[in-house]
Structures are given as structure tokens and as C-alpha cells.
Design a protein around this ligand. Structure first.
Ligand code: ADP
Ligand code: ADP
Ligand code: MG
Length: 670
């Protein structure tokens, strides 16, 4: 076995590999870019080597620098994780040439599976079932359109070198074929430097079912059952589970045998995944093989009790597979949800920023458990992002993987729902609320799975914003009262615009949220007295029970409420039984303060491009008026007026690139 390995990756997967290496007593070397000098993966390793500037092409994709780092630190092997160089055959060869072990399959196997078209030809020869289609060399539009007609519409165009769903186009009709082909080719060329495409029959309501395979260098190859990854957006996985609901032992054995045949056809060694597309009747076809560890490998670890990274290390060191096929069995059910910094409401565009508050359910990290004697933990969280860390525009915006286990699917699902409800992230947009709706929705709960699930249930998964619950507003009000009491030992009421009604001093807290404004009135009372609230014409009694940091325990009309309230800039985030609610408090005092600090918000929050200017020089605008729109990380950001005032000067034009922190305009508050 190795005594030292280099981990050529970042984020959760680098931390994941480091955890297993540590358990096995193997020393680890991290590599990092300038954006990651203090990142979790650097701290998880024994040693670290700087690669270069933040962009991946200047750091994590610099194979020669990574090999030099391994040689300089005396590492014997390189674990590539997933993404980056993990499916790069040239890098695997360069490792070998430098006398280093590449922890992955032989370069020839990576190459053989690197082109979806060439892989399909190989699979045809190995008698692995294929989706009807054309995957040959001819690429003329007329010829491909003819093939599409033969296959029958709808068809799917794919980039042969593709990945991550990029370039894929569904074509419903021959009239649309040429336009779809050129746009597929354009995206393929831009993303993969290769515009070779293939045409496939587009299956309707299919499931994505993949088989985890493992081979050693002694000629053994086995499969570790399946994962169902049907719940996707833009052809990318959102939820993954094992085993696949409704899978019969016979079908499992047939798919397992097909996957093993696929791996053996290319002389595979190490961890790999053979992806199949399956019809609702269970018939299945080879799609592609991913020649690396998969993002969703933890669900397989949870149901088999095996550490797949340990297997990778052992196999790479020349050891045989630790178990034989008949020694593997399925224990319970596991579901993984990918927690992303993204905005589902805005087409799942990535969100960047700093995680200012992060709290999760009790969980194990990166830990593989579950043997005959010990059940797996109900919740595992594999994360590479900690509180205070930033999601930058340079890398994948995944925050963590949340994995729930249970003795059966229903209990795994309950654990997942509970852990999602306890997942608190402030500082950037996340898909957590979307995941909550997804896992509690009827379709997923009933395992009514197919790749169109999200699209079909768009309306319920992405509902229009609704007004916050009274409980949530009460918690927000309680937090504001408490902050004011803390801020001034003096009477907090004296400074505000309190007014008298029914003989009592009363003031309005004007909260605004996604669904508009939600005023709540508060009557004056001593801090230790019950407070009276008015909302929607009703009065309520609010009592403080206890507070601890950002946690509030309240009593509203006698009922106990628990909530966490966190401030982030001018937003107040409330986490309670209604989920995560973002509120803005329009406070007269805050208005006054805005004038002084307003300039801060007129700077670019991140590097990006100006895509629209909505206000003119000399124009007077109200507070909150949109002034300009920036685009960064494919996401639009609106820069709004921090107060009422006048635009003195616009410093950029549409199309200009701006760097982070750049002053965008001169603004004079009234
Ligand atoms: P899987 O098929 O294993 O689920 P995906 O298709 O989601 O994998 O892609 C693998 C993962 O690799 C992505 O989620 C992403 O985190 C990572 N990845 C791929 N390419 C890159 C890259 N160029 N830079 C950073 N991360 C990458
Ligand atoms: P990638 O390399 O981007 O992962 P895949 O070939 O694995 O590309 O396909 C990604 C996803 O696209 C699949 O998981 C599935 O949801 C969908 N898909 C692929 N091929 C078909 C097909 N023939 N019919 C219907 N959906 C498909
Ligand atoms: Mg795929």
C-alpha cells in the first residue's frame, strides 16, 4: 500500500479522499489554487502545494504542475477525484511516465470510453444493449437528418465528447433538425473542443439507472448494485438513490452482468460507472461509462458498507478486490441530495458569495459505516465548504452532499426531509427549499421516477412566493425587538416612530419579503412582559422564553415557537417550521443610516459584465430602484439604489467587464 498520496482535486471530494487515507494511515498532499489557500481540503491534508491562480486551467488542470508536486513531496500516487483531470487519458499516461500511480483506470480504458460514439461501437461488439441511434463517423447534416428519420422522432443529439449534459438537444421534428444540430455542434466545440455528435432515439419517461463496477488488475470485475439518478434538471443529477425502487433481483443481475461486460470490454481497472437509460417496462440500454469515482458514490457506500475510496487505493496498489460478488449485499436504502449554491427560481443559475451562517443536522462526514454489527448513520454530510468559506465563480457551486440512510426507502426519505429542514445556509442562494419540496412531493415519495419529474412538476416545485406565516413574522419581530434592546440599554422605543393607539405606544415593523410587504404592529411593553402584536387585524400575545445566540424560543398565543434568526447585510433570515424566510426590515432608522453606507452597495459584488443600465445620469430615483444589471457566473445581479437620490455619474457602459469591488456609479442620496 502507498505511504503518501497526492489528491489532485478540491472541495468535498478531496476531503473525502483525505478522510479514507487518514483512516488507513496514508499521508496526504493537497494541491490548491490561490482561491483555495485556506480551503477545507488543504486543512484536511498533511501537506499542501500551491498550483497557481484561481482559474482551473491555471491550477487544477495543470497536470505537469501536479505531477511535479507529487514528485517533490514524495507521493507515490495521485488521486484525481472527479471532474478536472479524472478522465484525462494524457494525464494518466503522464503520471505513469513520471513513475507515479494514477488512481484510476488505464489510459486506454479512459480513451475507449471518452467518446460516447466510439464507446457505443465497442459496446455493440460486447453485446451490451444500445439505444437505437447513429454513432458513426459521418457528420454531414443531410446524412444525420436522414438517420434521425430512420430512428424516428423525437431524437436526442449528443456531443460525443460530452459530459454534464452540455450540448444535448432534443429534436421533435425534422423541420427543427438542422438548427438543433448546429447549436449542439457549437456548444460541443466550445465546451469540449470537438464537434462530433451522435443521434439517439429520445426515450420518453425513461429512468437513469447506473451500475457501480469495480475491477482489479488481477482480472476480477464485480458490480456494487445500482443507483437511480432519474431526478435531474438540465440532464444533471439532483437526487440519487440506491437501490433503484422497483428493481427485481433478475433485472439487477442482468444490468450488473451487462455493466461488467462493458468494463471488461475495455480492460477496466478501478472504480467505474456504467450508465443506462431504462424504459418504464424495465428494458435498459447503455448510455455511457464514467471512468472515475462518481459524485453519488456515497449512496452505494451506505447500502453496501464498503469504502469505495479504500477499494480504489487497494486496487491501484495492486491488491485484489477486497470482496467477491457473492459477499456483497444490500442493507437498507440511501438517498443523496446535492446541496448547490444556485437559484432554482432563476433557472438554477449558480449563486456566489460567502457562507455567513451554516448549520446542519447531526451527521457523520465522509464516513462509511454499516457492517453486519453496526447500522449506518441516518445522516452523512460530505462537505468541502465551511461557514466563512466562499463559493467562487471559478469552480462547481456544490456546497455539500447530504446523504440519508434508513432500513427502507420511507425511513431514508424521512431522514432526508428532517436533515433538509435542519440545513441552514445564509449568504447565497441555495436549492435547499427546492429539494424539500422535491423529496416531500408525491411523485418522489411514491417513487414515480423518470427524468422528466422536475420539469413535469415545475409548478409545485417552483411555486409563486407566498406571504410569511404569522409565526415567522412574530419570530422576526422578536428578533428585531431583542436586537434593539441589546443595542441600546436606553429605552429602544424613544428613538423610533412609535405612536399611541388605544392608550398604548404602538409601532409598525415593515417587513418585506418575496411576496410583498408584511407589516406587523408591536405594542410597547417591558422586556420581561408579554408583547402584543397586531397582524391582519388580529392581536396576538408574544412571550420570550429563552434565547441563545441566534436561536429563539418564544410563545405565541400560548404555543411554543422555535426559530433561528440570522442577519446578513440588510436581510433577516428566519429558519423555523415554515422553512427559510428572507425578510427585509424597512426601518426609518435604517433609512437614515443607508445614506452613509450606501456607496458600498454600488460596487460590483463579483467580477462580471454590465448587461443593462436602467437609470440615466442626473436622474432622481427612489430607494430600491434598479440601476443596472450585471451578469456573472451566468446569473444576473441587479444593483439597486440604496436610498432615494440622484445619479451623478455612470462609470461603465453596457458590455463592459468590471472587476470585483469596482465602483459602478456615483450616487448622491437625498
Ligand atoms: P456524476 O456523473 O459523477 O454525477 P457530474 O456529471 O455531475 O458527475 O460531474 C462530475 C462533477 O465533477 C461535477 O459535479 C463537478 O463537481 C465536477 N467537475 C467536472 N468538471 C469540472 C471542472 N472543470 N471544474 C470543477 N469541477 C468539475
Ligand atoms: P452526460 O455525459 O452529460 O452525463 P449522458 O449520455 O449520460 O450524458 O446523458 C445525460 C442524461 O440525459 C441522462 O441521465 C438522461 O437523463 C438523459 N438522456 C440521455 N440519453 C437519453 C435518451 N436516449 N433518451 C432520453 N433521455 C436521455
Ligand atoms: Mg452521464
Amino acid at each position: 500500500m502507498f505511504s503518501k498520496i497526492l489528491i489532485a482535486n478540491r472541495g468535498e471530494i478531496a476531503c473525502r479522499v483525505a478522510a479514507t487515507a487518514r483512516r488507513l494511515g496514508i499521508a496526504t498532499v493537497a494541491v490548491y489554487s490561490d482561491a483555495d489557500a485556506l480551503a477545507a481540503h488543504v486543512q484536511a491534508c498533511d501537506q499542501s502545494v500551491r498550483l497557481g491562480p484561481a482559474p482551473a486551467r491555471d491550477s487544477y488542470l495543470r497536470g505537469e504542475l501536479i505531477i511535479a508536486a507529487a514528485l517533490a513531496t514524495g507521493a507515490q500516487a495521485i488521486h484525481p477525484g472527479y471532474g478536472f483531470l479524472s478522465e484525462n487519458a494524457d494525464f494518466a499516461e503522464a503520471c505513469a511516465a513520471a513513475g507515479l500511480v494514477f488512481i484510476g483506470p488505464p489510459a486506454a480504458a479512459i480513451r475507449a470510453m471518452g467518446s460516447k460514439s466510439a464507446a457505443k461501437t465497442l459496446m455493440q461488439d460486447a453485446a451490451v444493449p444500445l439505444v437505437p441511434g447513429y454513432h458513426g463517423d459521418r457528420q454531414e447534416a443531410d446524412f444525420l437528418r436522414e438517420q434521425a428519420g430512420r430512428i424516428g422522432y423525437p431524437v436526442l443529439l449528443k456531443a460525443s465528447s460530452g459530459g454534464g449534459g452540455k450540448g444535448m438537444r432534443i429534436v421533435d421534428d425534422s423541420a427543427d433538425f438542422d438548427a438543433a444540430l448546429s447549436s449542439c455542434q457549437r456548444e460541443a466545440l466550445a465546451s469540449f473542443g470537438d464537434d462530433h455528435v451522435l443521434v439517439e432515439k429520445y426515450l420518453t419517461r425513461p429512468r437513469h439507472i447506473e451500475i457501480q463496477v469495480f475491477a482489479d488488475s488481477l482480472g476480477h470485475c464485480i458490480y456494487l448494485f445500482e443507483r437511480d439518478c432519474s431526478v435531474q434538471r438540465r440532464h444533471q443529477k439532483v437526487l440519487e438513490e440506491a437501490p433503484a425502487p422497483g428493481m427485481s433481483p433478475e433485472r439487477r443481475a442482468a444490468m450488473g452482468a451487462a455493466a461488467v461486460a462493458a468494463a471488461q470490454a475495455v480492460g477496466y481497472v478501478g472504480a467505474g460507472t456504467v450508465e443506462f437509460i431504462a424504459n418504464q417496462d424495465g428494458s435498459f440500454y447503455f448510455m455511457e461509462m464514467n471512468t472515475r469515482l462518481q459524485v453519488e458514490h456515497p449512496v452505494t457506500e451506505m447500502i453496501t458498507g464498503q469504502d469505495l475510496v479504500e477499494w480504489q487505493l487497494r486496487v491501484a496498489a495492486g491488491e485484489p478486490l477486497p470482496v467477491q460478488q457473492h459477499q456483497l449485499s444490500i442493507n437498507g436504502h440511501a438517498i443523496e441530495a446535492r446541496i448547490y449554491a444556485e437559484n432554482p427560481e432563476k433557472g438554477f443559475l449558480p449563486s456566489i458569495g460567502t457562507v455567513t451562517h451554516l448549520r446542519t443536522a447531526n451527521a457523520v462526514s465522509f464516513q462509511v459505516q454499516g457492517t453486519a454489527s453496526a447500522q449506518p448513520a441516518p445522516i452523512r454530510i460530505d462537505a468541502g465548504v465551511r461557514e466563512g468559506d466562499a463559493i467562487s465563480p471559478f469552480y462547481d457551486p456544490m456546497i455539500a452532499k447530504l446523504i440519508a440512510w434508513g432500513p427502507d426507502r420511507a425511513s431514508a426519505l424521512r431522514n432526508m426531509a428532517r436533515a433538509l429542514a435542519q440545513y441552514q445556509v445564509v449568504g447565497l442562494a441555495t436549492n435547499i427549499a427546492f429539494l424539500q419540496r422535491l423529496v416531500s412531493g408525491e411523485a418522489f415519495s411514491n417513487a414515480d421516477l423518470d427524468t422528466g419529474l422536475i420539469e413535469r412538476h415545475r409548478d409545485t416545485l417552483l411555486p409563486a412566493p407566498t406571504a410569511p406565516a404569522l409565526e415567522t413574522l412574530a419570530a422576526a419581530a422578536a428578533n428585531v425587538l431583542q436586537c434593539e434592546a441589546r443595542a441600546s440599554a436606553a429605552d429602544p422605543w424613544s428613538a423610533t416612530d412609535g405612536w399611541r393607539a388605544h392608550g398604548r405606544l404602538r409601532r409598525t415593523l415593515s417587513f418585506t419579503g418575496d411576496a410583498g410587504s408584511h407589516p406587523i404592529d408591536v405594542a410597547y411593553a417591558d422586556a420581561d412582559q408579554p408583547q402584543t402584536l397586531w397582524h391582519d387585524g388580529q392581536s396576538h400575545v408574544l412571550q420570550f422564553e429563552s434565547t441563545h445566540d441566534s436561536d429563539l424560543r418564544l410563545r405565541l398565543d400560548g404555543r411554543v415557537l422555535q426559530a433561528t434568526a440570522v442577519h446578513d447585510g440588510e436581510l433577516l433570515h428566519v429558519f423555523d417550521s415554515h422553512g427559510h424566510t428572507r425578510l427585509r426590515l424597512l426601518d426609518p432608522l435604517a433609512h437614515a443610516a443607508d445614506g452613509e453606507t450606501g456607496d458600498d452597495r454600488l460596487t460590483a459584488p463579483m467580477p462580471g459584465k454590465i448587461v443593462a443600465i436602467l437609470a440615466a445620469r442626473g436622474q432622481h430615483v427612489e430607494r430600491g430602484a434598479p440601476l443596472l444589471i450585471m451578469e456573472a457566473m451566468k446569473m444576473e445581479h441587479t444593483i439597486a439604489a440604496p436610498a432615494a437620490g440622484v445619479i451623478d455619474e455612470l462609470l461603465y457602459a453596457v458590455g463592459d467587464q468590471v472587476s470585483e469591488g469596482a465602483r459602478l456609479l456615483d450616487f448622491r442620496p437625498d
